[in-house]
Design a protein around this ligand. Sequence first.
Ligand SMILES: Cc1cc2nc3c(=O)[nH]c(=O)nc-3n(C[C@H](O)[C@H](O)[C@H](O)COP(=O)(O)OP(=O)(O)OC[C@H]3O[C@@H](n4cnc5c(N)ncnc54)[C@H](O)[C@@H]3O)c2cc1C
Length: 157
Amino acid sequence: MATKTQDTYDVLVVGSGASGGWAAKRLSEAGVKVALVDAGRPLRITDLNEHGSGLELPYRGLSSEIVRKTRPVQKECYACTERNYDWFANDLEEPYTTAKDKPFSWQGRMRVTGGRTTVAGVGARVATATRQAHRRIPAPLRARSAAAALSGSSATG
Ligand SMILES: Cc1cc2nc3c(=O)[nH]c(=O)nc-3n(C[C@H](O)[C@H](O)[C@H](O)COP(=O)(O)OP(=O)(O)OC[C@H]3O[C@@H](n4cnc5c(N)ncnc54)[C@H](O)[C@@H]3O)c2cc1C
């Protein structure tokens, strides 16, 4: 629920996705007083249930028509399923327009904190997104150099 506050901030970041979330983190770490707002609701731990059985869902995860009723555009996105469709913008309540000759299927319009990071996933499969985020460390990025050192060649990388 929204609350009123008298606090003042140095920076207001709008949107808590990868862009806004990261900006808020870095600014806060630098000592800036940041307010982060998002049009979506906070995710609850109970929302993170994509590895559960589809049998727990009212339509067993099989009814794309249920999703399409309120998210006809969002449903075109493979990650918008019976399990998580209320994370996505309601296309009927929040429509958008395009130029007549330039139709655009604007998928992945999220309305939860974290934005699209909540559904993005490298190698995501049809049923739902996997939410993998690959964290890079120096070792794999230097694998070629390490292999070259072992074989005695001069490759770098
Ligand atoms: C299904 C899917 C899979 C993807 N897979 C990958 C992948 O494997 N690898 C990869 O690199 N990228 C992937 N992406 C793309 C990546 O997720 C996005 O590029 C990135 O997360 C976008 O971050 P953002 O902060 O720019 O925007 P968003 O994540 O869209 O964040 C915008 C935020 O702003 C909020 N907001 C919107 N309007 C307002 C308003 N008026 N007031 C307040 N808040 C507002 C929204 O609620 C949302 O939380 C994928 C995207 C999708 C949809």
